[in-house]
Design a protein around this ligand. Sequence first.
Ligand code: NAD
Length: 542
Amino acid sequence: RSEIRNVCCVGAGYVGGPTAAVMAFQNPHLKVTVVDRDAARIKRWNSKHLPIFEPGLHEILRIARDGSKTTSFINEAVRSDSLDSMSSASSASSECESQCGEHREEIFVQARKPNLFFTTEVSKSISEAEIVLIAVNTPTKMRGLGAGRATDMTALEAVSREVAIHSKPGAIIVEKSTVPCRTAEMIRDTFKVHRPNLDFEILSNPEFLAEGTAMTDLLTPDRVVIGCSPTPAGHRAAESLSSIYASWVPRSRIVNVNTWSSELSKLVANAMLAQRISSINSISAICEATGADIDEIAKSIGLDPRIGDKFLKSGVGFGGSCFKKDVLSLTYLAEGLGLPEVSDYWTQVLTVNDWQRSRFVKRVIRCLNGTVVGKKLAVLGYAFKKNTSDTRESPALECIKSLLEDAPREIAVFDPCCDPAVVKDEIRRLIGADVLKESGGPTEIYSDAYQACFHSHAVLILTDCDEFKNSTSPKSPKLLPKSAGQSAIDPRPLQRLVATESEVLSLQKYLSVTFSVDDPLQRYKDEPECEAGCQICPELGK
Ligand code: NAD
């Protein structure tokens, strides 16, 4: 451990940024540098306007990146026991119920030297590090051989080359990106080409965090999987990485496996999670046809410890940048290995996911007398799930696309975590500028849930944001649904659901919204502590 002083993380995205932040936060003796070729992204990481929204991220950055000198409020969800034992923090905590509510604590963090840096100096930072984490994007390949299924290795290949050229001798290279099985071999071959006379160890250390709970997941992981080659040098490298995690993760949760198991375990974890969602969604169709209640089914089966109660919420299907592409990658891998039955099995998980979404859209239209012409539909929730601003593979976008085909008067979109300008840009890019209100189209993005719902004929709840939960009136399940992926449509009165002001007022009751008090969007947009002369604020105003 004493040999490791500098860690470089290539890729300042949803994985690289938070992972490096927690690593630096928990290891004040390390210098952790996050590099990215995207200068705009790095600029944001160095500002108060972070490029991603993740609960608790600001608090950790305030300590590791800024060397916090002042008190900071740490949300209970983010606080880990290890905070107390942090050597340089010597933090004293006191309850702060009157000001912040019972879930928050005031932590007095002593000034500490910043040890987390964000920069675009890729090669320089790589050359200074004893450990290089590769956390670049590995999306689905869109053209050529394997298009639509295979993993696009362009970014990973480019970074491998750069790392091979610039790494200091003996540096440990770590795959954090989700990659097809045996990618470490490809990286090793790249090193052989560029540094033929030197030995480098390539480790696999997939990331299991979930967006929206990334900080808690990183601070208290179920497990840290480290794959290495079965040689003394491989085990030594794995131990060096383990010792960094051991600063805050119990040793019993650090799992050492071989490199290929480690790589494959990430794909399998996501495939199994996606499969559970498709499984429960397929049963929701049977429930709708029989009168059984999907939530009651989930409760009944979830109490069986062999099944467990997680990931049994039926909804509009999964989205996000990972599940679909990782299942696709698994099916492609299976097919390449001559296992078509395995490939077909996992393909069905995706088929059911698409089917569930289209079933939902059809149901909405059917409930509105088979036509949405002249009607306003409010879409609450645009990101792929709650507590994130990530809109990649958002089910909402696909629903909006399908609904637009039926020519509604308006589709009003609102998400508490998404910057309306970003949503607008995305719709412009992925559906077309002509569907936006500003170009005479029907789609408008709102920064206020009530305005979005005002005079709407149906409210479609597409993420499980807490703000949208029908917590105040359990007796009115018809008006607002219990879970995401359902529409607030009462099939009997048909047509007008939220058409009068009093109905909007009653809707306010159902939406337990307190946006003005603790509004993630507000935090996302203009952090109150922004210094004069902030370069990002004017950009946001555009
Ligand atoms: P991302 O797109 O948010 O970030 C990737 C970053 O890598 C981008 O900022 C990009 O500019 C940078 N990059 C690409 N090529 C580069 C290069 N040559 N030099 C420097 N920087 C480069 O992606 P992400 O969501 O953080 O995912 C990263 C990896 O982690 C993927 O393999 C993904 O499957 C995996 N993963 C993601 C999640 C998640 O929830 N997002 C969870 C676990 C694992």
